[in-house]
Ligand binder design. Sequence first.
Ligand code: 6PG
Length: 251
Amino acid sequence: MEAIIAKGRMAVTILPDIDAISHEAAGIFIYLSKECIASRGRFAVALSGGSTPKKLYALLASDRYRDNAEWGKIHFFWVDERCVPKESESSNFRVAFDHLISRIAIPDGNIHRMKGEYGPEKAAQDYEDELKNFFGAGLPVFDLILLGMGEDGHTASLFPGSKSLDEKERLVIPVYTEKMNRVTLTLPVLNNARHILFLVSGQSKMLVLNDILADNEKRKNCPAGLIYPVHGDLMWLIDEAAAGKSKQAKS
Ligand code: 6PG
C-alpha cells in the first residue's frame, strides 16, 4: 500500500487493483461500524451505485467479513438513485440488494432506499422526509458515505456544470438528464458526513482524478472535487490504473 497524500483530514491510498481496494474498504467499513456502534449505538451508511462497489458489497456478505458486522445496528441509505423500478438492472438499490443485502441478516427496517419509481420530484421529497425521520431536524450526519466517480468527475448524481451543485437548502434533489432521471443527496449533506470513502478504479478515471488530487483550478469544475467534509475525514482508495501507475497507463 502507498499513501501519496495524507494532509489534514484527507488521505489518498493507491492499491494494486479493484480487489485490493475492495478488501481495504471492507476493513474500513467493519472498523468504522464497530467504532460508531460502540459510541452511538448505530452505523448509518449511504451507499453508491455504479459498478465499482460491487466487489466491496460481495466481500462484506462473504464468510470472511459477514460475521464481523452487527447488521441489526447498521442502516443503509443511498447517495443517489435512478428513476426506475427497484427490480431494474439500472437500480442502485438492486446492485446493493443483489450483492449484499439479500445475503446478510439485516432487518427490513434498516434499509432506507430512495424510491426512484415515484419519479424525480416525489422521490426526492419522500427521501428528504425519510432522512428527517431518521436523523431529526437539520443536516443529517452519516457515519460513512461511499462514493464513486465518473470519467467526467461526477459523483452521486451531481454532474459537472449542473445547478444542483449550488443547492444549499434541500437535502435531496431531483436530477433531470437526457438518459435517465435521478435523485441525489446534495453537497451539504454529503459534506456533513463523519467519514467519506471514495473508491476509484480504472485508467479511464486517471485524467480527472489527477486534476482533483493535484488540487488545481480544474478541481472546482469536478463535482467529486467539491467533496470535502466539513468536520469529518475524506479517504480516497484508488487503484494503480486510475493513479496512472500501471504499465498500460504509462505506455
Ligand atoms: C450512479 C453512481 C455514480 C457512480 C459513478 C461511478 O448512480 O451511477 O452513484 O455516481 O458512483 O458513476 O460509477 P462506476 O463505479 O460504474 O465507475
